[in-house]
Design a protein around this ligand. Structure first.
Ligand code: DGL
Length: 268
């Protein structure tokens, strides 16, 4: 029996990761879970993010997934060790794939990282980059306003451009040549961010980076039938559906709301 890839995120932003995986692996079945009832994870404490992530993973593990992809950067930054205790199947977060691409692309050995407060506070990207190459200098900045801008569809608005200039200006003075987009929503602001940092700075999209990484785990597609995609959310199918349409450029068919059980909060 064909087993699906499981992907979870704090909400709708992880669809940037889903989209990249779907394009790279068209024959795979994918189950996506967006925790729309509790988004955003970015400003929350590590323990809360770990609890939510464990709960999300338990739901996906019940669907007989063969690989678990943690699309949410904030969850990937703090919850991977706890998630690893939960399952034997391969578990992939976005931090290491993004860090690898940053290391491969920097010539000046100066890398910028942007993400939510939780991701930046954890130091996960800078730790992962420096573990691969200790000579690299990493400068990190939290950009919390990018998430609501992307969700409002304001990614190309002049206010998005001004906010990006505020956030990224000091980083540019550090002469970085690579910038890691360490949040599910930031690929949606790629054009604005690129116009602020200039063409000489290479943007690393963690959504794309993870597909390169996934190829190590998934054999090339055989002659199987086209992959099915199913979507689950913990709240409001309607809002998710609308944003999903914008991110994926098409309507999603199989979308359901699920209840996550309180008892799953307990770290068993
Ligand atoms: N999915 C989150 C991340 O990639 C962004 C949205 C949130 O704060 O939950 O870090």
């Amino acid at each position: 029996m064909k087993r699906p890839i499981g992907v979870f995120d704090s909400g709708v932003g992880g669809l940037t990761v889903f989209k990249a995986i779907r394009e790279r692996f068209p024959k795979e079945d994918i189950i996506y879970f967006g925790d729309t009832a509790r988004v955003p994870y970015g400003p929350k404490s590590p323990q809360t993010i770990i609890n939510y992530s464990l709960q999300n993973a338990r739901f996906l593990l019940q669907q007989n997934i063969k690989i678990l992809v943690v699309a949410c950067n904030t969850s990937s930054a703090v919850a991977i060790p706890a998630l690893q205790k939960l399952t034997e199947i391969p578990l992939i977060g976005v931090i290491h794939p993004g860090a690898e691409q940053a290391v491969l692309n920097t010539k000046k050995k100066r890398v910028g990282v942007i993400g939510t407060e939780g991701t930046i506070r954890s130091g996960a990207y800078s730790d992962a980059i420096c573990a691969l190459d200790p000579a690299i200098e990493v400068v990190s900045v939290a950009c919390p306003l990018f998430v609501p801008l992307a969700e409002e569809g304001w990614q190309d608005h002049s206010s998005a451009h001004n906010i990006a200039k505020e956030y990224l200006g000091p980083m540019l003075q550090m002469d970085i040549d690579v910038l890691v987009l360490g949040c599910t929503h930031y690929p949606l602001l790629k054009d604005t961010i690129q116009s602020v940092v200039g063409e000489s700075v290479k943007l690393v999209d963690s959504a794309e980076a993870i597909t390169v990484y996934l190829e190590r785990y998934l054999p090339p597609d055989g002659n199987e039938t086209p992959g099915q995609s199913s979507f689950f959310v913990s709240d409001s199918e309607e809002k998710f559906g609308k944003l999903a349409h914008r991110i994926l450029g098409q309507e999603i068919r199989s979308l359901k709301t699920v209840r996550l059980y309180e008892s799953w909060f307990v770290d068993r």
